[in-house]
Design a protein around this ligand. Structure first.
Ligand code: FAD
Length: 346
């Protein structure tokens, strides 16, 4: 196993508030590592509304979810945070030396002086197929993400879903190329898609050229032969069920957030939210802070601008642990030579 990464601060969640937490810590000279279950930063802004406009970021009359994420990433660049994406923080425990041991689903380990939980509504996890036998076939013949596309080349594939992921992968495996499958059948419950119109057009073109098929229906069962899946049962809107032979089933039913392991860390929780004070936004565990949608306190509002304020005060709260012997003073970014140096704007 790789050695644990030592850091002043570990941030759980790369949503807008986790990203701005990097900035506020950076101003106080506290370096941070950031972990997110998603494969890109941005949290809800990227996952749920990348192209929708936001109108209530102070000083920014309008920007989309993606633009806000891009601007935050640019703003924190001087502090060079290290991102660990596509992995969930699963374990948090205090060490004898007062620091924290943190572990992720991919086996990355950290030893951190302070922890910032900016986990929003929880880690985004793929919505799973609730069918008998689906659990045991997961990662063998049923997949909720494509990690190695080459594994699917030359196979008979069924792809379920009506969003961009389902369409992009159906096209990828159906068209000429290194990863072309033996066959591709796209299954969606209706003949309408929540995906880029160009992808829908391309998919229909491939169907017309008989390079793939599209079936309207629901996946209603699995055909197995011994331990293996041999086919997928698809029930069409008129109630007719047919079996589509398949060696692999790729399911893209979207992502749903799960509080998951955070509930097991012994922190005070109220209605699935972490209870914090409003001076430092610290949880019931000294040195563990919670900012953004994940926390609760009297008057809490789940707004990005509130999360930004929380991140500023939490950073000052953490400075006590990172620099126990040093008083921390407020400095203005406009006038402080020390901050100019940190921001690289001298
Ligand atoms: P999130 O954005 O939820 O990010 C949390 C991140 O933590 C996620 O990426 C998640 O994968 C990760 N995570 C969670 N648990 C773990 C774990 N154990 N390990 C690793 N990673 C983990 N707010 C506004 O202020 N103005 C608006 O106009 C506005 N419009 C909105 C429109 C829509 C459609 C929606 C859904 C929300 C809107 N919001 C708006 C709310 C705003 O998006 C949230 O307040 C904001 O995203 C909260 O940011 P966050 O960083 O706290 O959490």
């Amino acid at each position: 196993a790789l050695a644990a990464i030592e850091t002043d601060a570990l941030i759980v969640g790369a949503g807008p508030v986790g990203l701005f937490q990097v900035f506020e810590l950076g101003l106080l000279d506290i370096e941070a590592h950031v972990v997110d279950a998603l494969t890109e930063p941005g949290g809800q802004c990227i996952e749920l509304y990348p192209d929708k406009p936001i109108y209530d970021i102070p000083g920014v009359p309008m920007c989309t979810g993606r633009e806000l994420t891009e601007r935050l990433l640019e703003q924190i660049r001087p502090f060079a945070p290290t991102f660990h994406l596509g992995q969930e923080v699963t374990a948090l425990a205090r060490r004898e030396d007062g620091r924290f041991d943190i572990g992720t689903s991919l086996g990355t380990r950290f030893v951190a002086k302070t922890v910032f939980i900016a986990a929003g509504v929880g880690a985004f996890q793929p919505r799973k197929l609730h069918l008998q036998g689906a659990d045991t076939l997961e990662d063998r013949q049923i997949f909720y993400r494509v990690r190695r596309p080459q594994d699917f080349a030359g196979k008979h594939l069924v792809i379920a879903g009506g969003g961009d992921s389902a369409l992009d992968w159906a096209i990828h495996f159906a068209q000429e190329g290194a990863h072309r499958a033996a066959s591709v059948v796209l299954v969606h419950r209706r003949d309408g898609f929540r995906a880029a119109p160009a992808s829908v057009a391309r998919m229909r073109e491939l169907c017309d050229a008989m390079q793939m098929q599209f079936l309207v229906g629901q996946i209603s069962g699995l055909e197995t032969a011994g331990e293996r899946m041999a086919g997928v049962k698809v029930t069409s809107p008129d109630g007719l069920t047919r079996v589509v032979p398949a060696e692999a089933l790729l399911v893209f039913y979207g992502l749903s957030p799960k509080l998951g392991p955070i509930a097991q860390w012994g922190l005070a929780i109220e209605r699935k939210q972490l209870v914090v004070d409003t001076e430092k936004f610290e949880t019931s565990e000294p040195g563990v802070f919670a900012v953004g949608d994940i926390n609760t306190y009297p008057g809490k509002k789940k707004l990005i601008l509130c999360g930004f304020h929380e991140a500023a005060l939490a950073a000052f709260g953490a400075a006590r642990y990172v620099f126990p012997d040093k008083p921390v003073h407020l400095q203005y970014t406009t006038t402080s030579p020390k901050l100019h140096k940190a921001l690289g704007v001298e």
